[in-house]
Each structure stands twice: as C-alpha cells, then as structure tokens.
Design a protein around this ligand. Structure first.
Ligand code: SF4
Length: 444
C-alpha cells in the first residue's frame, strides 16, 4: 500500500518535542511518512502550547494557513494535539470549522485509532480526558530516536504545584511518574541506537516518584541511568527550587555522567512577588541552593526563567529581580512578559502591570543578562572542553555543532566527525549565544 504523508508542526517546550517524536513513531508504524511541505500532506498535525498567550496566537495563525489546503483537498485531515487542545477541546472545533480532531495531552496516543476510524467514515472528534494518575506513554512501543546523539526521555507528566500564573496543572493534569522500569528500558534501547546523552523530562523532575507507587525517587533514578552502558551524559529539566533536595545537589559531585548544568526557574527576585506566585521559596533559600550547587560543582552552569510584570510587581520588586540577576550571574535565562492564562489564580488578580511597563522592564533585564552571558562565555576562551557531536552547524554546513557538558553550543570544523562522538575542543572564540572551537584530540 502506498505510504500516506503527514506534516507535523510543534510549538512549545521539550515535553512537546518529545510527544511529537512519539507521534512520528506512531504514524510511521502506520505507513505514514513525515514531509516538510504541508501542501503535499494527507494529514496535518499541530502539537500546541498554551503556557503563554504568544504561542497560542501562533497556533491560530498556523491553522489559518492550512485552511486553503483543506479547501483545495477536502480529504486532507487536520488535527490539533497538546496543551492548547487540552485547554480548548470542543471550543477549538467550533472556532476552527475545518479542523477534524482535537486530542488532549493524555489522548495523543489515540491518533492511529482516530485515523483508522476516519477512513471508514469522516467525523469530528474532541478527546480531552485528563485521566488522573494515568501514564500517557504506558503501552506505547519503546521510543526510538535513530541517528541522534541526544534524546529526551519523559519521566513524569503534570504538576501539583499550582503556581498562581501557570496553566500546566490544568492542561497536563496532576503529577504522574512513569514506572522506572519503562524509563530505564527506554534509555537502554536509545543507547543501543547510538544515543549518548539523555535529558530526563518532567514539569518538576525533583518530585519524581513522590506521588505514585514508584519505588524509587529521582536521585535513585539518576543513579540507575548512570549505570547504563553507552550513555555518556545525563541531564534533566525542569527543577522546582523548593524540591531541589540537598541529596540531588550532592549528586552533581558524585555522578560522573551528570552534566554540570541545571535549569532552576527563579521567576522573580522579590519575596513578595514569589509569595503571590505561590512559589513556596524565598530568594535567600534560592541563593543558598545556588551556593551549595557551586560548592559541589564549581563549573556548574545555571540557567533560569524570569517573568516580568507579574500582577502587583512594582518598581522595587523589579529592582530586586535585577539585583538578584546581578548577584547570581546566571549563565543564560529565558525571560517573559506575564500574560493571563485561563483558570489561573493570577488571571483574577486586579493589579495588572501595563504592557508598556512590562516591555520596558523586559528590555532592561535582557540587556543586563546579555552582558553577563557574554562575559561568562568569554571565560571559556582558550580552555579545553568535551563536546558531543550532534550534527551539522546551521550557520555553516561544512561545520559540526555540539554542546559542552555545561550546555553551551559549540560550532567547529570537523567534516570527518560522526554524530555521537565525544571530542576535545579548544574554545577559540566566545559569541553571545555560542562558542567557536577547534579540534584538539579525538575523544572516545
Ligand atoms: S511548578 Fe509551577 S510553573 Fe512549573 S509546571 Fe508546576 S505549576 Fe507550572
């Protein structure tokens, strides 16, 4: 039977990237081939994000572009998955009349079943059951990532923290950890396929196993991954500062494969705002954990997320955030303007910050961090680093790209190097968002 073609567009975080890879695997097993041009697709899928307002708008504009394709080819099927699908459900079918199906965050694995049914008779479907305690990956075939040096592995889904600005608990549901057996089998299989680096994913990986019958916790899971032959590097994201245990901090000094990088969202440098955000830590507790991380692992790179213009944030709160950023000197950060999200507590707060003020604050914060990032990158000039070869450089096709253990992107000449090799490079030049390196000697 001739293969059908699908086009998949992914918005949002690494969890969505992972889910999209799962979708590709499910469709490939059904004789669908992924293509890069939606104009030739039999099926178009948009895996969506609703964590902020901006990606949500992008989804609507992407869908708008697909309308004319559907008009030309009524047999074309168009589906939406992910967080926005979960949030909007039926409403999305009403708002976008040419959509065929909407599958929520725990329903995407039903795509093959929906496609089979639609081949018999066309109907419109919205499935958004957030089945409590259900692992959406249970029963799926082992995840494969052919030809890749690095792979994401989801270890848990959902969140119980209910930060006042965050939609995740409403669209990904309550925390559910995958069984460690499934995770370790998946990583062994990835290692057999040539993957050398795994990033363990979850909305709050530190609480892995806490709310399930899972017999091991996050540090034990890291210890078990450390023992898997072929895996050379382990990373994880995201950590909630309140759940970053002293034991996990010590692991950075004990587990040789655990890379020297942690993403630890601060969100604000004002205790008053952190309280309104329901973050359950103070700035001094956060700084204490940073000090301990740097004591245990002096080279560790620390990145963060910051929201500016949270409701009620005044100039003094914002100055406190700038001070915190100056004191901690993050290696890099992701910063955003606050936007109201449906269902959240903060969306009901009356004291919203004007957009113009938010824009000005974001600009000031980003200018400050830009200097810090470049200064920190410069400290690597002339040093020797280990880099995992991950593929071709985007900027120069004759060059390779990879990352250091501290998660800095390095571009370097190395036409004969294979994806998955670990190499030693000397850093020649630090740029604002990457490093340039030169080959020193081949690693193993
Ligand atoms: S910890 Fe807070 S910000 Fe992170 S996913 Fe959970 S509710 Fe959202």
């Amino acid at each position: 039977m001739a293969a059908k073609h699908f086009y998949l567009q992914t918005f949002g975080c690494q969890m969505n990237v992972y889910d999209s890879q799962r979708i590709v695997q499910l469709l490939t097993a059904r004789n669908y081939q992924q293509i890069a041009d939606p104009a030739h697709a039999d099926l178009i899928l948009v895996n969506t994000c609703s964590v902020r307002e901006k990606p949500e708008k992008k989804v609507y504009s992407a869908l708008g572009r697909f309308r004319s394709l559907k008009e030309k080819n009524p047999a074309l099927m168009i589906g939406v998955t992910g967080c926005m699908a979960q949030q909007e459900g039926e409403r999305l079918l009403e708002r976008v009349p040419f959509l065929d199906f909407v599958l929520g965050t725990k329903e995407f694995c039903r795509i093959p079943e929906i496609l089979d049914a639609m081949e018999v008779s066309r109907f419109r479907e919205s499935a958004t059951d957030l089945r409590v305690g259900v692992d959406p990956y249970a029963g799926l075939p082992l995840f494969s990532s052919p030809g890749k040096a690095a792979a994401f592995v989801s270890i848990m889904q959902g969140c119980d923290n209910f930060c006042s600005y965050c939609i995740v608990p409403y669209v990904r549901g309550r925390e559910v950890s995958r069984p460690s057996r499934d995770i370790l089998d998946e990583i062994r299989s990835l290692s057999d396929q040539g993957v050398r680096e795994v990033t363990l994913l979850g909305q709050n990986v530190n609480s892995y196993g806490n709310r399930s019958s899972e017999e091991i916790g996050f540090v034990e899971l890291l210890e078990a991954v450390q023992k898997i032959p072929g895996i050379a590097r382990i990373r994880f994201t995201t950590s909630h500062p309140k759940d970053l245990s002293w034991r996990l901090i010590q692991a950075f000094g004990q587990l040789s494969k655990l890379c020297e990088h942690i993403h630890l969202p601060l969100q604000s440098g004002s205790d008053r705002i952190l309280k309104r955000m329901n973050r359950a830590y103070t700035c001094s507790e956060y700084r204490e954990k940073i000090s301990e991380l740097r004591r245990v692992s002096p080279e560790i790179s620390i990145t963060t997320d910051i929201i500016v213009g949270f409701p009620g944030e005044d100039e003094a709160d914002f100055q406190a955030t700038l001070e915190m950023v100056k004191k901690i000197e993050f290696d890099e950060f992701f910063s955003f303007r606050y936007s109201d999200r449906p269902h959240t507590q903060a969306s009901l707060f009356p004291d919203k910050v004007p957009e113009e003020t938010k824009r000005g604050r974001l600009n000031e914060l980003q200018t400050l961090q830009k200097d810090i990032t470049l200064r920190k990158n410069k400290t690597w000039e002339g040093r020797e680093v280990e880099v995992l070869v991950e593929g071709q450089s985007k900027a120069r096709v004759e060059e390779k790209t990879g990352r250091t253990r501290t998660n800095r992107t390095v571009n370097f000449p190395g036409a004969s190097l294979r994806v998955g090799e670990l190499v030693k490079l000397r850093i020649e030049e630090a740029l604002p968002h990457s490093l340039r390196g030169d080959l020193e000697e081949m690693g193993k």
